[in-house]
Design a protein around this ligand. Structure first.
Ligand code: ANZ
Ligand code: ZN
Length: 814
C-alpha cells in the first residue's frame, strides 16, 4: 500500500474545495446561522509564525463541525492593515505603505491557505481599502453629529520617539507600547470620542454575556473602574475660591488634616500671587510634568510634594484650617484633580503625612475595638483602611461608615457644598494620531462655520499621496505638508477652509469590521439591516487575550452607538468569547526574532503536512493555556495520522455485516465525546479520544465500512485533507464536509454492567458486578482480593488463569 503522502493530498483537496466553492457562505436565511470569527491579523512583514494560526485552527474545526451540523456558517477573514509598522517601514525604505501591505497580505494569505481553512475569501476585507474606510469615516461623522466626537486641548500622552499621541490604552507601564519610550504629557489639540457616555452600559451589559470568560469581563470592569462617592467643596480662607475634591470616604471627613492638588491643577495658577513660595512650587511642577500617571500613582514609590505657603483651606464640617499641598500622587484627570487627605485611613496620605510631619487623626474605629488599640496600630504603620464605626466625628460618632456617609452627604447637599458623584477610570478615547497611515478624519475647519463634517456623498475622503511619510514632530501629521490637500472649501459656506490633517488610530477599523463581513460589497450602506439581523451577533469570537480591554471595549462601544442610531439590531456584538493560549518556542520563551526561536508554519506544512500541524497544535494542551512547541509532539501527531491511513487496509464492505458490538459502543462514546469537546473547545481531549479509537480499530482484523466512515467524519474537522482523501477513497462522490455530523445512541455510550463469574478450578465461588468490557488484569485484581476466593487459594499454587471476556474468570490451582 502506498504511504500517507501529505504533499500529494493537501494541495489536491484545497483546489477541489475552491473549485466546488465549498466555503462560499450563502445569504439564504432558511438554515440556522452560525457566525464564527477570528480576530483579524495585522499583516506584518515577518509573516505568520506557528503560534498565530492556533486560534484559526480552532475556529476552523468549529466551523467545519457546524457546517456538518446543518448550520449556515460565516467564517470570514480580513486584514487590519493601518498602523505604525507599515508606516515606519515606508519611512525607512521610501515605499508606499500600501505596497508593503499588499506584499505582506499576499504572504499571510498564502500561509493561511496552506493550512486548509474554510474562509470565504469572497468576503475578505481590508481596513485600508477606501471602500472600507469610507464607512469608518461614516461612523465618525455620525458620532460627530451626535456630539460624541469632539476636539479637546487636554494634556495627552505623547511618545517622543513615535512622534504621536497615544491613548491610555496604548501605554504599558507608562511607556509606549510599541517602542518602550517614556511617554510625556503634553497639551495638544486632539479629536476625542466620548466613550465615557457609554461607561455605565459597557459595564452593566457585561452581565448579559454569560458566555464570555469571567477573567475578561473582570478586566473590563477594572478598566471601566466605576467608583461611587461624593464631591465636596473646601473653601480657601480669605479668597472667593474653593477646592473641589472627589472622595469615596466621606465618612472620614473629620479626619482630613491636609489637602492635595495635582500639579496641573488650575488653582495653582489662580493663586500664584498668594503662594509665597511660588518659585519653589514651580520647580516641583516642572519635574512632575514628565512623569507618567502610572509612575505617579505607583503605591511603592516614595511620595513627594510641596506645601503652598500662604494659603489654607477650611474643613466645612468643623471649620478647621487645613494646609494645602501640591503633590504628584494626585493626578489631574481623575475625579476633580484634588483630594482631601486622610492619613489616618489612607495609605498614600499616611506615608505623605509621616514624611512631612502632618497630623494623623483617627476617625473610624474597627467594630468592637477600643480607640487605644487603633492608635497603637497607627504606630505600627498599619492604618485602618476599612469601613467601621465613627469616632472623633462630632454628631456622627457611633454611626457606621455607611450611615455616616449618607448623613454627611445630606447635610452637604443642604448646604450646597457637596453632592453624590460617580467617577470612572475609563477616559474619553483620544482618537487622533499625527501620522500618515490611517483613515483621514473627515472634518473641515472653517473660520466661519467652525468644524464641518465632510458630506456623506464625498466619502471616502481618500489619503493623498505624500513624498515624505516622516511625521513633522511638531504634532502635525505629514498630511499637513500637502498644501493642495489641506486647502479646501467649506462644505457649508463655500469659503476657503482647511482639512483636518490628523488620522484615526489603528483601533478605528477594527471597531466594526465584523459587521462588514456580513455585507462586504454594499455600496449604499455600512451593512444591510436585514442581513445583519440574520447574521448578528457574532456567535463565537476567538482571539488573543491582549485584546481583553482595548479592542473589545472599543468594539462594544461602537456597536452600542450603531445600535442607538438604528444601524444594528442587537446591542452587544459578540455572544461568546474565548481567548487563545500562547504557543511558546521550544525553549519556553515567547517566539521572537530577537531570540531567534521563531518557527515558520510553511516549513512544518512542507515537512509534516498541514493536517499534522493542525492536529498537533490542538493536541498540545488545554486550548487557553500557554504551551511550548515540541517537535516530538508534532511527530507524534503525524504518527497518529499515519496510523489512520494504515487502517484503510482493514475495511471490508458493509455487506459482510460485521457485527462488532464492542467497536460500535466505543464509536458511539467517541462521537459523544468528540462532539461535546469541540463545542467546549477541548480539542486536546477530543483528539486523544480519536487516538484511542484508532488504536482499537488497529487491533481488529477487519472493520465495517460504516464504522470506518463514521470515524473519518469525526476526524475530518481536525485533519480535513486526509479525511477528504480517505472519504473519496471509499467511493464517495461528494465532499465529506457535506455529510451530516454523526449522532450517537445514548444507550450505546453507557457502560454495560454485567455479572462476571469467578471460578476456582471450574467451580463457581464468587460473582462480581463490573462493566462489560472490563480487562483481564482488572478482574484478576478484584478476584484475588475477594474473601470468598482467597480462602480457596490458601496453600495452593495458581497454575493458570482463564479469562472469558464479559463472562468468567477461572483460576486453576494445584
Ligand atoms: C478621602 C479618603 C479617605 C479617600 C480614605 C480614600 C480613603 P477610587 O476608589 O479609585 O475611586 N482620589 C480622588 N481623586 C484622586 C486623584 N485625582 N488622584 C489620586 N487620588 C485621588 O479612589 C477614590 C479615592 O482616591 C478618593 O477617596 C481619594 O481619596 C482618592 F480613608 O478621599 B479618598
Ligand atoms: Zn464655512
Amino acid at each position: 500500500m502506498e504511504k500517507y503522502n501529505h504533499k500529494k493530498i493537501e494541495k489536491k483537496w484545497q483546489n477541489y474545495w475552491e473549485k466546488e466553492k465549498l466555503y462560499q457562505t450563502s445569504d439564504n436565511q432558511d438554515k440556522p446561522k452560525y457566525y464564527i470569527l477570528d480576530m483579524f491579523p495585522y499583516p506584518s512583514g515577518a509573516g505568520l509564525h506557528v503560534g498565530h494560526p492556533k486560534g484559526y485552527i480552532a475556529t476552523d474545526i468549529f466551523a467545519r463541525t457546524k457546517m456538518m451540523q446543518g448550520y449556515n456558517v460565516l467564517h470570514p477573514m480580513g486584514w487590519d492593515a493601518f498602523g505604525l509598522p507599515a508606516e515606519n517601514y515606508a519611512i525607512q525604505n521610501k515605499t508606499h505603505p500600501k505596497l508593503t501591505n499588499e506584499k505582506n497580505i499576499r504572504t499571510f494569505k498564502s500561509q493561511l491557505e496552506k493550512l486548509g481553512f474554510t474562509y470565504d475569501w469572497g468576503r475578505e476585507i481590508n481596513t485600508t481599502d477606501p471602500e472600507y474606510y469610507k464607512w469608518t469615516q461614516w461612523v465618525f461623522i455620525k458620532m460627530f453629529e451626535k456630539g460624541l466626537a469632539y476636539e479637546s486641548n487636554e494634556p495627552v500622552n505623547w511618545c517622543p520617539s513615535c512622534k504621536t499621541v497615544l491613548s491610555n490604552e496604548d501605554l504599558e507601564d507608562g511607556k509606549c507600547e510599541r517602542c518602550n519610550s517614556e511617554v510625556e504629557r503634553k497639551p495638544m489639540r486632539q479629536w476625542v470620542l466620548k466613550i465615557t457616555d457609554y461607561a455605565d452600559r459597557l459595564l452593566n451589559d457585561l452581565e448579559k454575556l454569560p458566555d464570555w470568560e469571567e477573567s475578561i469581563k473582570e478586566m473590563q470592569r477594572n478598566w471601566i473602574g466605576r467608583s461611587e462617592g461624593a464631591e465636596v467643596e473646601f473653601r480657601i480662607m480669605n479668597y472667593e475660591l474653593q477646592i473641589k475634591v472627589f472622595t469615596t470616604r466621606l465618612d472620614t471627613l473629620f479626619g482630613v488634616t491636609f489637602m492635595v492638588i495635582a500639579p496641573e491643577h488650575k488653582l495653582i495658577q489662580d493663586l500664584k500671587k498668594e503662594i509665597k513660595n511660588y518659585n519653589e512650587v514651580e520647580k516641583y511642577l516642572n519635574i512632575a510634568k514628565n512623569k507618567s500617571d502610572l509612575e505617579r500613582t505607583d503605591l511603592n514609590k516614595e511620595k513627594t510634594g510641596i506645601k503652598l505657603d500662604g494659603v489654607v483651606a477650611i474643613n466645612p464640617v468643623n471649620q478647621e484650617k487645613i494646609p494645602i499641598f501640591v503633590a504628584d500622587y494626585v493626578i489631574i484627570n481623575y475625579g476633580t484633580g484634588a483630594i482631601m487627605a486622610v492619613p489616618g485611613h489612607d495609605k498614600r496620605d499616611f506615608e505623605f503625612a509621616k514624611k512631612y510631619n502632618i497630623e494623623i487623626k483617627q476617625v473610624v474605629s474597627e467594630v468592637n475595638k477600643k480607640n487605644q488599640n487603633n492608635n497603637l496600630k497607627l504606630k505600627n504603620n498599619k492604618i485602618f483602611a476599612e469601613d467601621g464605626i465613627l469616632i472623633n466625628s462630632g454628631e456622627y460618632n457611633n454611626l457606621t461608615s455607611e450611615e455616616a456617609r449618607e448623613k454627611i452627604i445630606n447635610w452637604l447637599e443642604e448646604k450646597k457644598i457637596g453632592k453624590k458623584a460617580v467617577n470612572y477610570k475609563l477616559k474619553d478615547w483620544v482618537f487622533s494620531r499625527q501620522r500618515y497611515w490611517g483613515e483621514p478624519i473627515p472634518i473641515v475647519h472653517c473660520e466661519e462655520c467652525g468644524n464641518v463634517a465632510v458630506p456623506y456623498d464625498k466619502l471616502p475622503l481618500k489619503l493623498p499621496e505624500v513624498k515624505n511619510y516622516k511625521p513633522t514632530g511638531t504634532g502635525e501629521s505629514p498630511l499637513a505638508n500637502i498644501k493642495d490637500w489641506v486647502n479646501t472649501i467649506c462644505p457649508k459656506c463655500g469659503k476657503s477652509a482647511k482639512r483636518e490633517t490628523n488620522t484615526m488610530p489603528q483601533w478605528a477599523g477594527s471597531s466594526w469590521y465584523y459587521l462588514r463581513y456580513i455585507d462586504p460589497h454594499n455600496e449604499k450602506k455600512i451593512v444591510d439591516k436585514n442581513k445583519e439581523k440574520y447574521w448578528s451577533s457574532v456567535d463565537f469570537y476567538v482571539g488573543g487575550a491582549e485584546h481583553a480591554t482595548r479592542h473589545l471595549i472599543y468594539a462594544r462601544f461602537w456597536h452600542k452607538f450603531l445600535y442607538d442610531i438604528g444601524v444594528v439590531n442587537y446591542n452587544e456584538p459578540f455572544t461568546r468569547l474565548q481567548h487563545v493560549g500562547l504557543i511558546l518556542a521550544e525553549d519556553g520563551r515567547k517566539m521572537s526574532k530577537r531570540w531567534n526561536n521563531v518557527i515558520n508554519p510553511d516549513e512544518i506544512v512542507e515537512k509534516y503536512g498541514a493536517d499534522a500541524m493542525r492536529v498537533y497544535e490542538m493536541f498540545m494542551g488545554p486550548f487557553s493555556q500557554p504551551c511550548a512547541w515540541s517537535t516530538n509532539g508534532l511527530i507524534g501527531a503525524r504518527r497518529f495520522l499515519d496510523n489512520v491511513y494504515k487502517i484503510k487496509l482493514k475495511i471490508k464492505n458493509q455487506e459482510l455485516k460485521i457485527k462488532n458490538q464492542e467497536l460500535e459502543n466505543l464509536l458511539h462514546k467517541t462521537i459523544k465525546k468528540v462532539t461535546e469537546d469541540i463545542e467546549n473547545f477541548k480539542f486536546n481531549t477530543a483528539i486523544s479520544t480519536l487516538m484511542i479509537m484508532v488504536n482499537k480499530i488497529g487491533e481488529q482484523k477487519i472493520i465495517s465500512n460504516i464504522h470506518y466512515s463514521l470515524f473519518i467524519i469525526l476526524l475530518s474537522p481536525f485533519a480535513p485533507h486526509l479525511a477528504e482523501e480517505l472519504w473519496f477513497d471509499l467511493g464517495n462522490k461528494e465532499s465529506i464536509f457535506k455529510q451530516n455530523w454523526p449522532k450517537y445512541d445514548l444507550e450505546l455510550t453507557k457502560d454495560k454492567i454485567i455479572n462476571l463469574v469467578i471460578q476456582v478450578n471450574g467451580k463457581l465461588r464468587d460473582a462480581i458486578e463490573v462493566v462489560a468490557d472490563i480487562r483481564e488484569e482488572d478482574v484478576k485484581k478484584i478476584a484475588l482480593k475477594s474473601e470468598k476466593i482467597k480462602k480457596w487459594l490458601i496453600g495452593k499454587e495458581v497454575v493458570k488463569i482463564i479469562f472469558v471476556k464479559g463472562k468468567l474468570l477461572n483460576i486453576v490451582i494445584k
